[in-house]
Design a protein around this ligand. Structure first.
Ligand code: AP5
Length: 213
């Protein structure tokens, strides 16, 4: 099964796709995590992506499309995958369609997680992410058992550099302009399901599971 999780920054795509990945036993592919790893390793891609990510803009399509095409070729993706944070523009969505058509494959479900902007600012300004496994926590809404330490792998938690209020607002603006048109794109294909993204993480997860069944 090939699944896309859509939604604005902070909607819970990472939180829900990690749970879905464990549940369906297919990998979660987060373009944000892949790009952050590339930055950490100071690869050519990471160096090119850095200034866009720090300012809340999208990394250019050609770089991200190339990165995802390579990832989808790897054996771990052959039984299906969950795309988290890709596609984010119409050109990315069309490039993904082309790649899949070349493999005789399709996207089965697109789940759009809906959350209002003000809730998003609260969520992202309190987010803490694991430096080892990328699991997300929140200082109030979803705290780790031991402050600063990941519940899953005991890695150290950190605050993302793009989780500052000014950058969060830029990311929301970019989402509205460049990513939200994908809702209509996948609606027209008849594969879009919308899920209300406010409430408990467990309740939202039940709705996400229903949406992909
Ligand atoms: P990326 O890392 O993908 O960031 P994003 O899309 O902005 O999404 P987030 O990771 O911020 O949020 P999320 O929806 O995963 O929410 P989460 O589960 O963490 O991208 C970063 C940057 O990389 C981009 O700005 C861009 O520059 C670049 N990039 C990435 N992909 C790209 C692409 N395809 N093209 C071009 N550029 C690209 O939850 C957020 C917080 O809320 C957490 O603290 C969590 O604990 C909490 N939370 C979750 N659910 C709930 C709930 N139900 N109630 C209360 N709190 C909750």
């Amino acid at each position: 099964m090939n699944i896309i999780l859509l939604g604005p920054p902070g909607a819970g795509k990472g939180t829900q796709s990690r749970r879905l990945s464990e549940n369906l036993k297919i990998p979660q592919i987060s373009t944000g995590d892949l790009l952050r790893a590339a930055r950490k390793e100071k690869t050519d891609l990471g160096l090119k992506a850095e200034s866009y990510m720090l300012s809340g803009k999208l990394v250019p399509d050609d770089l991200v499309i190339q990165m995802i095409r390579e990832k989808l070729k790897t054996p771990e993706c052959h039984q299906g995958y969950i795309l988290d944070g890709f596609p984010r523009t119409l050109d990315q969505a069309k490039a993904l369609d082309q790649t899949l058509a070349g493999n005789g494959s399709v996207i089965d479900h697109v789940v759009d997680i809906q959350v209002k902007s003000e809730e998003i600012v609260n969520r992202l300004s309190g987010r803490r992410q694991c430096s080892k496994c990328s699991e997300n926590f929140h200082v109030i809404f979803h705290p780790s058992k031991v402050e600063g330490v990941c519940d899953r792998c005991q890695g150290q938690l950190f605050q993302r550099e793009d989780d500052k209020e000014s950058v969060i607002r830029k990311r929301l603006e970019v989402y509205q302009k460049q990513t939200s048109p994908l809702v209509a794109y996948y609606q027209q294909k008849g594969i879009l399901k919308s899920v209300q993204g406010t409430g408990s993480i467990d309740d939202i997860f039940k709705e996400v599971v229903k949406a992909v069944q």
